[in-house]
Write a protein that binds this ligand. Structure first.
Ligand code: SF4
Ligand code: SF4
Length: 183
């Protein structure tokens, strides 16, 4: 008899690009929420959400920071929206060696959306709360999944690649800074 599957909570933010007006409120609050001390500064460069903006065409597209990748991918995507051509990689969520997006400006270390994990847990992530246009909608659901196996080799490889690039001292200082939420 097979093992009962585990329940996993899936958190999503549904993005309605038609409602986004490019105000950058999400970028401001994300960077402030994750600043150390919390709310001590705001800088969209440190935000885990970035809004691709083309005011002349009235196009605004929020993109969330996803996983760190040690190597850039071999292929590229080309997006055309309303006749405007966007640069390759513009909508990619990865923190990747090929570009500056989703990296801490000072250290170059990767940024990733953590859904504003905090204690106590927020009812909704900060960017959703601050999006007065209603372009970001928080959605939570339970899904049945197979038991997950931790893959230490991949984690080790990622951290080692960062350390080779920035040095262990910088990596450890940044990890400690990024994991602090309440001071
Ligand atoms: S806060 Fe909402 S409307 Fe403003 S830029 Fe972000 S997603 Fe767009
Ligand atoms: S969910 Fe939180 S961490 Fe993720 S982009 Fe929004 S404010 Fe930033």
């Amino acid at each position: 008899m097979s093992e009962p599957k585990k329940k996993k909570t899936i958190k999503r933010i549904i993005i309605d690009v038609d409602k986004c007006n490019g105000c950058q409120g999400c970028e401001v609050i994300c960077s402030a929420f994750h600043a150390t001390p919390q709310y001590s500064s705001n800088n969209p460069e440190r935000s885990r959400i970035r809004v691709i903006r083309d005011p002349l065409a009235d196009i605004y597209i929020p993109v969330y920071a996803g996983e760190y990748t040690a190597a850039e991918c071999a292929g590229r995507d080309k997006y055309m929206i309303d006749g405007k051509e966007y640069e390759e990689c513009a909508f990619c969520r990865a923190s990747c060696p090929s570009r500056d997006a989703f990296k801490e400006p000072d250290s170059g270390l990767p940024l990733k959306c953590d859904m504003c994990e905090s204690d106590p847990t927020l009812d909704e992530p900060m960017c959703v709360q601050w999006c007065l246009a209603g372009a970001l909608v928080f959605d939570v659901r339970e899904e049945e999944v197979e038991e997950e196996e931790q893959e230490p080799e991949e984690l080790d490889l990622g951290i080692e690649a960062l350390a080779n690039r920035h040095g262990w001292e910088t990596v450890l200082a940044a990890v400690s800074r990024l994991s602090k939420k309440d001071d």
